[in-house]
Structures are given as C-alpha cells and as structure tokens.
Design a protein around this ligand. Structure first.
Ligand SMILES: Nc1nc2c(ncn2[C@@H]2O[C@H](COP(=O)(O)OP(=O)(O)OP(=O)(O)O)[C@@H](O)[C@H]2O)c(=O)[nH]1
Length: 806
C-alpha cells in the first residue's frame, strides 16, 4: 500500500512539514496526504534514514526557523528515548530520564519563557507516580500494564508515539494546564509546542476566545476571517470540527476524502486525523484539556526525595498440586517468629515475613487467577511472581498459564523447583522444559533465578527468600510513606458482627485509624485495623496488608482505597456509583473482531493480542504460526497465551486483562468460561478450519470482515446414557439449557473439545419422534452419520441466523 506523507513522516520520526519541505526542496509539491512514490521514497530515505542525518538536520533547521518545531522534535526525541528504555525502568532511572529531558529542553534554542515553563510542567508530569485509578504499585514504572493504556484512553490522551514512562504523563492529569498541553503534544504529530505558543501569541492573545471561534465565520459571511489556531478535544465529530475551523462541512469532508477518509457529518475524528486536516487548512491545533472527571481522586505527586524503599509483594503461582500452598505455609511457619505470632494467624489475603531484617509481603491466595482477576480490574499489586514447579512433574498447563499471565503483566518471575526431596525429582529436566518458555536459569547463562526447594523438608527456603530480596533490590521498589494512603483491596466480605471488612494492601502513604477513606464506590472512616495476626494496629505503611473496618458497604477486590476528606469521599463515591450503573450497560470496550478495523483506524489498537486454544498441540502451533504470519502495517499480532484444551475461566480473565481476543480451534468454552466471557465482554471465535480463522482475522484487520450470518446457540444437552441398538447409537440425554430441536445443527463436545459437527438424525421422547425438547427434559438423540457418542458428552445445538447489516 502506498504510504502517505504523514504516515512516512511518522515512520521517519520527523514532522510531516519537514517531509513536505524536503520534497519541495527537490521540486516536488506535496501535502499531508500525498502518496509517496518510489522517487519520493528514495529522496526521503536519503534524507531521513539512519546515516543520512546531514540532510535531515539541514531540513530540520530550515523548518525550525519557520515553525520553531525544533523544540518539539527534542521533546519527541526524548520521548522516544524513554520509550525505548526497557519498561523495567526504576524510578531512579526515570528521574535520570527526566533530568535528561530537562537538559534537552534547556538546550533548545530561542525558547520562549513560556515554552520553557511548559517543559518543566512536563517533567513534573513524568514523576514516577501512578494513577490511583490504575492501582499500580507505588513507583512501579516497572510494569507497563494493559490496564494503563485503557486509562490513558479514558483520560482522552492520544497514545501515538507514547508508551511506557510517558503513559504516566497522561495520568497526572492535575499537573496543571501547561502540563496537560505538553502531555498531549508528546505524540508524533506535526504540531508543536513552540509553534502553538508562537501562533497563540500572534493571533490569539486571549486563549479562551479560541474555543469559540466558529461564529467568526458566520458573523462576517462576506469576508471570512478563519481562525488560525484552534483547540480540539480527543475526538470530535466532523460537523463540530468544521464549525471550530469556521469552514463549511462540505469543505472539511472534501479534505477528508482527499486523505482517503470517507466520513459522514456525524463521524468522530480522532485528534491526530483532525490535526492533519486542520493543517491542510493552515490551522494550528492544540489539544483541549479533558474535562475533570468527578469520579477521580486527585493524584498526589511524590517528589523523588520522599520515596523510601518498601517491601516487595510476592504472588505464588504454578500448576495445581505443585505445592503452592505448602510453600506459602512453610515460609510463614519458618519466618514468623514466635513472639510475633502472638495471636492465631488470620487470613487477610496477604501476610508479611521478616528475613534478615527485611520484610516480604506474600499474597495469600496462590495461583494466577486472583492475580489476573485483580489486574483485569485495573489493579496490580504483585512485584514478583514465584513460579512453583514440582520437580517430579515438570511443566504442566497451569505452569505455562502462570508464565504467560506474569509476563503479560510485566512481573518478573523467580522459579521455585519444589519437591526436590522426592526420589523421582528431576530439577534439571524442569530447567530444560522452562527454556522453551523463555525462562533460562542463571546457571545456564540466562537471567531467571531458579531455586530448588522442598516445602515439606523446608529445604531451600532461605535461598528463595534471599533471592526475592535481591530481585526486589534490583527493582528498587519505593513509595512515599508520608502522605495520605493509597491501597488496593485484596479481599472483602460482610462480617455478621463487624459489618463490611476489607483487606487492603497499602501501596503509598500511611493509613491511620480515623482516616476518611473512599474505596471504589464505598466510603467511611477507618474504625479499626488488624494485621494478619489479628492484632489491632494504628497505622499501616506501604506494602503492609491490613484488614479495615468502618466502610459503609463491601468493596470489590481490586478497588482502590484513597484517603480524602469526608465531603469528597461521599460525593466521589456517589458519582462512581452512578457511573458504574450506566457503564454496566456497556462494559468497557473490549477488542472484538467485528470492531477491530474501527479500533485500528482510530489508532486505539496498535497491537492485537490473541489467546489461542486448540484440541491438539499441532493445531495450536499451526494456527499460531499462521496468525503471526499475517502482515499488517497498522497492527501487530501478539500471542499472549496458547494452549491445548477447552477455553477456561483463566483464559477469559487473561483476555479481559490484556484486552485479547480468543481464537478456539476445535474447542469450546466450558460453562463457567462462557458466562464469564459474557460478563467481561470478551470476544471468542471458534473455528473448525484453520484457514477460516486466518481469513477472518485478516479480513477484520483490513475492515472487510463479512458478517452475514452469526451462530446462535439454541440449547445444550448432556449425554447421560448411551443406548446401543443394532441400527443406531442413541445418546440418552438431558437438556440442560435452551432446547434441542430436530432440525438443529449440533456439535458433539467431549472434555471441551469438538469431536463432531453435524446434524440430528432423530429426536425422541420415550417412543415418539418429537420436534423439540426443552430444558429440564430427557430425550434420545441420534446423530446423522455419526455413532461415536459417549457418556458425559455435551450436545450443543445451534442455528445460523442472518445478521442485519448495521
Ligand atoms: N514430597 C513433597 N511433597 C510436597 C511438597 N510440597 C507439597 N507437597 C505435596 O503436594 C501436594 C500438593 O500440595 P499443595 O501445597 O496443596 O499444592 P498446591 O499447588 O497448593 O495445590 P492447589 O492448591 O490444589 O493448586 C500435597 O499432597 C503436598 O503434601 C514437597 O516439597 N515435597
């Protein structure tokens, strides 16, 4: 596909104007939407590709003279530098980045004071705090989470060219007006801070007037006085956009058409597209500050000097029966000293141990399910995942799930090879198996810490704890304890005697008895706090789990706790409730195959995460490889997890947390997964032919997915007894859901795997042929040309319904 100028500019990392200017220097006239031919490409490659800096810089310098874009370029460059840094930046490293940024910006020539001030605003915005809504750990820039991108979107910031650290910018939404504008100019769009400032100075002394410029055109129809700069929101419909530019809608639509965008008058344009079109009209654009969100609690920015080292928070994951609970118990028994263990240990969702004078917080619910469920709600508490693998059993399906869940959350893994006391233990084999999943032991030249342990014999526990502390130190986990507290609910319940009880892990600040708190949609005053030994405590610092009493209602796991004043707590909680009620109607937009193209077009989706489940390893591999082979300029396919077997709740949770689409090949979701997928609005697509799956994904990316028919499940029956007659095999079945009709198409499912797809041959109740059997009744089912029916099989009846075109 021929690239257009603005797309090429993005690729070269220079403003579109620079590209246009360079082409002009070669006597080629071009606009933002001009297609790049081979000749133009060779000129641009020579100018902007690596090793051809001279000309690019020359072009840039000329450009700077006219538009002052030099400043923006520097900002963008720094932004790229930051982006390129591993996501695992420590707050310290981040600060270094900010310093670098300051330096860069300080060096920018001819920078007016205002711009310089803005730059600082931006630096401030970059401090390593996370949005409370994000619920990320204090100072945890180490974990670029999917949840973040959702929030970034929520606040209405373009993600173009931003990632990692820069995401945090967008969260510091109350960092002041300058800060806001800067954040928004970070993307690789052809408008710049400096040019905006200059333009504003020239044309619009009063910034407020800009917002309402449209009437200018209508008031003076004869001599049109078009605005030269406007403020635009994150998205705007064509009609309003035209109004702000003071132009006819027709003119705007024409320009859009020239850019290859067929838009209707009410179509939404994203900021980048609107900027490009405005540019075509010679109008400079700045981004309008998003409206304050009444459901947000003001984010507190912690200066780096206030940050103190905090204990790591560890979650234990692994396959069923590999010894997660035993390991948690062994660690607790050995490291909670007897004088501390005054009371009986209580289950409050997490506990702390002390090792060599340092503390480690362990999440008390082992397994990746709780971890991912919390992440799906936007909260992440885990700093380190300990992956338990039984030395006698090796890597199993949930081991792989755990690895993928931790990786998807960006949480580093320590492997505990358990049960080494067993004779059949083969730790080397486990190490070997783990290499297939990218976990290579330090002993073998990799960077994954692997510790042989025995929970039973208490072997290797010291080694494990020591390594957790080492990894924590590398991560440089810090938080400011001297500020109003922020935390995450890890468990909550309604206690008969005590009322709502919530276990909270404090992430920043210190929570004290008497503090007024808001927790999700609940609020109250901390009446009392208990630690995991059931002892009353007066305060809780970062990484400390406490059980709190005093809330007006039971919050949900993953809800964020903030300390605030009573009035704010009450009103924000009310607003959140309202919002929750209305958003329950349309649960947050998840990626769906039908809407894929739209999301790609709107720049909301740069990566398409997929979860692939199949009946056998071979088909999973073939499907994964073929899907990875789909080429697209706009979107990169990433396989978050793949495995053999039915689609289960864990898959849905991971899909929800990582905004992934599930592709099933010859498998079906189990009942619980189906329910959860419905609730979480996760799109699952089932296929029997690999080619169809590839075709659909490819077509969806290109916006050509044909959706004429949709499958509708009409009922499900369970085969309870198989009756063999000389002629036929009858599945004596019980209809569990919906109804089974004699004309339904059916699928025969065994352990979540589709073993046959076809039609019903006969449907009987007692001796009579019947047309349909409803839920709650028994019936005899024979299948057309298929005899291999077994007890426990599920018969899923479906029909294909025509879908009305939208
Ligand atoms: N020999 C030996 N057995 C162990 C060890 N650790 C755990 N086991 C045994 O392995 C079995 C499973 O242990 P659990 O701790 O319940 O495993 P889990 O991973 O928590 O299991 P789920 O909670 O079901 O996922 C139990 O019978 C334990 O006694 C060990 O170090 N050595």
């Amino acid at each position: 596909m021929t690239k257009r100028v603005y797309e090429a500019a993005k690729e070269y990392g220079v403003p579109a104007k620079t590209v246009i200017k360079t082409l002009e220097d070669h006597h080629i006239k071009a606009g933002n939407f001009t297609g790049i031919d081979a000749n133009m490409k060779s000129i641009l490659d020579a100018s902007f590709k690596k090793g051809a800096k001279g000309e690019a810089q020359r072009g840039q310098k000329q450009e700077n003279k006219q538009t002052g874009e030099g400043t923006s370029r520097k900002v963008n460059e720094t932004s790229r530098q930051n982006k390129n840094k591993k996501q695992g930046n420590t707050p310290k490293q981040n600060n270094q980045n900010h310093d670098k940024k300051r330096q860069n910006q300080g060096n920018a020539q001819n920078q007016p004071n205002r711009a310089a001030k803005n730059s600082q605003g931006q630096n401030q915005g970059n401090r390593p705090q996370n949005s409370h809504k994000g619920g990320n750990n204090a100072g945890q820039n180490t974990q670029g989470q999917q949840g973040d991108s959702k929030r970034t979107k929520y606040f209405g910031h373009s993600q173009g060219g931003n990632d990692g650290n820069n995401r945090n910018n967008s969260k510091n939404k109350r960092g002041g007006q300058n800060n806001r504008n800067n954040n928004k100019n970070n993307g690789s769009r052809p408008h710049t801070l400096l040019s905006n400032v200059l333009n504003k100075g020239k044309h619009n002394k009063n910034k407020r007037n800009q917002k309402h410029q449209a009437p200018v055109a209508s008031e003076a129809p004869k001599k049109k006085n078009y605005p030269t700069s406007v403020e635009l929101p994150e998205t705007i419909i064509v009609k309003d956009f035209a109004e702000r530019l003071g132009r006819d809608v027709g003119e705007v639509m024409k320009k859009l058409l020239m850019g290859g965008i067929m838009a209707t008058i009410n179509q939404e344009l994203d900021f980048d597209t609107a900027s490009l079109i405005a540019d075509e009209f010679g109008v400079t654009v700045t981004k309008e500050a998003p409206p304050e969100d009444p459901t947000e609690i003001e984010e507190i920015i912690d200066p780096p000097e206030t940050l103190k080292t905090r204990p790591p928070v560890v979650t234990i994951m692994g396959h069923v029966d590999h010894g997660k609970t035993s390991l948690l118990d062994a660690i607790r028994q050995t490291n909670v000293t007897s004088h501390e263990a005054g009371g009986i240990t209580q289950h409050i969702g997490a506990y702390q141990v002390r090792y060599e004078g340092k503390k480690i917080t362990f999440m008390d619910t082992p397994g990746h399910e709780a971890f991912t469920a919390m992440r799906a709600r936007g909260a992440q508490v885990t700093d380190i995942a300990v992956l338990v693998v039984a030395a006698d059993d090796g890597v199993m399906p949930q081991t792989i799930e755990s690895i993928n869940h931790a990786k998807s959350a960006g949480v580093p893994i320590i492997v505990a090879i358990n049960k080494i006391d067993k004779e059949s233990a083969n730790p080397e084999h486990v190490m070997q198996q783990l290499t297939e999943y990218g976990l290579i032991s330090e002993d073998w030249g990799g960077d994954t810490i692997m510790v042989p342990v025995s929970a039973h014999k208490k072997i290797g526990l010291d080694d494990l704890l020591e390594n957790i502390l080492v990894l924590a130190e590398v991560q440089d986990l810090k938080a400011n304890p001297n500020r109003p507290a922020q935390g995450v609910v890890i468990e909550a319940k309604l206690d008969k005697g005590r009322g709502p009880v919530a276990s909270v892990l404090i992430q920043k600040g210190t929570l004290r008895v008497g503090d007024t708190i808001i927790v999700g949609t609940c609020f109250g005053k901390v009446r009392a706090m208990n630690n995991e030994r059931g002892e009353r405590v007066k305060k809780a610092e970062p990484s400390i789990p406490v059980e709190i009493l005093g809330l007006n209602d039971v919050p949900e796991a993953g809800d964020i706790l903030n300390v605030t004043d009573e009035k704010t707590a009450r009103s924000v909680a009310e607003k959140r409730l309202e919002k929750k009620r209305s958003s329950e109607l349309h649960v947050n937009a998840k990626v769906t195959l039908d809407d894929l193209f739209n999301q790609i077009q709107q720049g909301e989706l740069k990566e398409l995460p997929l979860i692939i489940k199949g009946d056998v390893q071979g088909s999973v591999e073939a499907l994964s490889q073929s899907l990875m082979g789909i080429k697209s300029d706009e979107v990169r396919i990433a396989i978050v997890h793949s495995g053999v077997g039915a689609i289960n709740e864990s898959d849905i949770m991971l899909a929800s947390a990582s905004n992934a689409l599930i592709i099933g090949f010859n498998v079906r979701p189990d009942a619980a997964a189906r329910k959860m997928a419905e609730h979480e609005k996760v799109d699952m697509r089932m296929y029997r032919v690999i080619y169809d799956a590839i075709n659909d994904v490819e077509a969806a990316i290109k916006g050509m997915l044909e959706k004429k028919y949709e499958e509708k499940i009409v009922g499900r029956a369970e085969v309870r007894k198989v009756i063999t007659t000389p002629k036929v095999i009858v599945g004596g079945s019980y209809v569990k859901e919906g109804k089974i009709t004699s004309t339904s198409k059916i699928r025969l499912i065994r352990n979540g795997i589709v073993v046959h797809e076809g039609e019903i041959d006969g449907l009987r109740r007692f001796k009579d042929d019947v047309k349909e059997v409803a839920a709650g009744y028994e019936c005899g089912i024979t299948l057309e040309k298929y005899r291999d029916i077994k007890e426990g099989d599920e018969i899923e009846a479906y029909e294909m319904v025509e879908v009305e075109p939208e």
